[in-house]
Design a binder for this molecule. Structure first.
Ligand code: ZN
Length: 290
């Protein structure tokens, strides 16, 4: 049976939490769909902008505002840009798992998905020297067997589900658990900015002001609800100058809210685990019982 997640208590009297997260998809976003995209020099350069220009700009932004963040990195991105990924670690941020080639896991069986998870883990460990504790499925596409694969590999948390606005303990088969820190499509810059001919469809390129209005309004709602605001940005999108400038305004506003804990997903997961919450079971709807 699926039950609602209970709200959590935040440390130091805070009323809510906020995490600015960055998915360094780079070329993997396209190559995971088709290796044929490798032939497209301009499209590849659009994706390379993320690690080459976006990440350094975002690291400066975070440093100026004394914010630590979580960066989700596909293993191939780590292999292609090892110095960029090490710079993220050196600046005190968290690097977490985001597939190997940003593969959609939808429809994969456990053996296929496990091989991708292990390949991504190997790449991140060899580049950073650290084993990640966090995972975000590419396209946020978890399978019902995915939490068990993550628990098998010692992950502390996942950030791919959408059924709450605060973290919870997800029950995993075998009396295990995984902290879940939920996300939502409205808090993703992809839906605002992503236009890649021959890949993303005819997506609009929205004004950063409109994007920030959506995100700021949802931040206020989640703050009142005592939840965890998780914004997902992509350096190849939000690393562009006007978007980064507007993102910085939002970071500054969130940081100015004394009742909000601005931190990494890893810190939120550590805190959630210490609360010793009762794990929630989420059940798959049975197609034979509709
Ligand atoms: Zn991604």
């Amino acid at each position: 049976m699926t039950t609602p997640a209970a709200p959590v208590q935040w440390p130091d009297g805070k009323k809510a939490a906020a995490c600015f997260t960055f998915d360094v998809d780079a070329e993997s976003a396209l190559l995971g769909v088709s290796s044929q995209h490798a032939d497209r020099m301009t499209a590849m350069s659009h994706q390379a902008y993320g690690p080459l220009v976006g990440v350094p700009r975002i690291l400066d932004l975070l440093h100026r505002n004394e914010v630590t963040s979580t960066f989700f990195v596909p293993g191939y991105t780590a292999r292609r840009y090892p110095d960029v990924i090490r710079a993220i670690i050196d600046a005190g941020h968290e690097v977490a798992h985001h597939g190997y080639l940003h593969e959609s896991m939808a429809g994969l069986n456990e053996i296929e998905e496990a091989a991708i998870l292990d390949r991504g883990l190997d790449a991140l460990e060899s580049v950073t020297g650290q084993r990640p504790v966090g995972y975000r499925a590419p396209m946020w596409e978890l399978n019902w067997h995915s939490p068990g694969l993550l628990a098998d590999r010692g992950f502390l948390y996942d950030s791919s589900l959408m059924d709450a606005e605060h973290p919870y303990e997800l029950a995993v088969a075998g009396s295990r658990r995984l902290v879940e820190i939920p996300v939502q499509w409205a808090l993703d810059d992809w839906e605002q900015y992503c236009y890649i001919p021959g890949f993303s469809g005819s997506g609009l390129i929205e004004s950063p002001r409109k994007a920030a209005e959506i995100w700021g309004l949802e931040f206020e709602g989640i703050r009142v609800a005592g939840g965890c605001f998780v914004l997902t940005s992509h350096p190849f999108l939000s690393g562009r100058p006007s978007r980064a400038a507007v993102l910085e305004e939002l970071v500054q506003y969130v940081k100015s809210c004394d009742d909000v804990w601005t931190t990494t997903l890893g810190e939120v997961a550590d805190h959630t685990r210490k609360l010793e919450l009762a794990p929630r079971s989420i059940s798959r709807p049975d197609p034979d019982d509709l």
